[in-house]
Design a protein around this ligand. Sequence first.
Ligand code: PEP
Length: 265
Amino acid sequence: MDRKYFLAANWKMNGSLKANKELVLSIKEQFNKITSNNIELVICPPDIYLDQVKNLLDKDIEYIKLGAQNVSFEANGAFTGQTSVEMLKDFNISSIIIGHSERREFNNESDLDIAKKIYSVLHLDNNIKPILCVGESLTARESGETENIIKNQVIKVLDFLKEKSILENLEIMQRLVIAYEPIWAIGTGKVATAAQANEVNRFIRELIQKISLELSDKVRIIYGGSVKSNNALDLISQPDIDGFLVGGASLDATEFVKIYSHMCN
Ligand code: PEP
């Protein structure tokens, strides 16, 4: 397996000029001791702080990359409050979280909106990686609907990319990162067991396999949902978990760096 691990910090709507400075400087200081070449690391602050965090990262941006939490699928124009891929590119963005369950729920993002966003990132000539979030509710899990929900969310995106003729393009498609984030585990402290998480990640990989064996081997499929330093090692030991999307624990430098260090082992 030659997939590089992927670790993304989703700060959500948290932070301030003062708090960000403390957090980034503390992360940088602790990282300097344990940097690994086998982990792609991304910090996703709110857009308004991208410039501040970019400056704080300074030359360390080579190994602590900058990401965004959302993007518009429109290129430009009369879309008040929105941010385009090109705008994010101006800030050396390496990844963009797309289709987070909080955006699906609170901003009514549909599977089609999400597919368009993924396409808007992938089809442009850049190196930005879209992180597609998928996940089921507790009710869906309890009624045995997990695989159906996940399949539907993934296939809607893949079908759209097929329609746009980029699904067959391995070079483009391998930029895609998929995050399995069961809604019942996000911010609840209730983590999926390593076996539960790996089972769904493997199911997603099998869906990709139906398109291309080579692609399924290259696409990073990560897990998110109450990842902490005390469960990261167990989760990362699973064969189909290629990293994490971390919310709450990414706001604590020591905790976040510990998660990273478990991925180095
Ligand atoms: C997330 O926001 O994507 C997330 C997984 O949050 P938490 O780690 O707090 O559950």
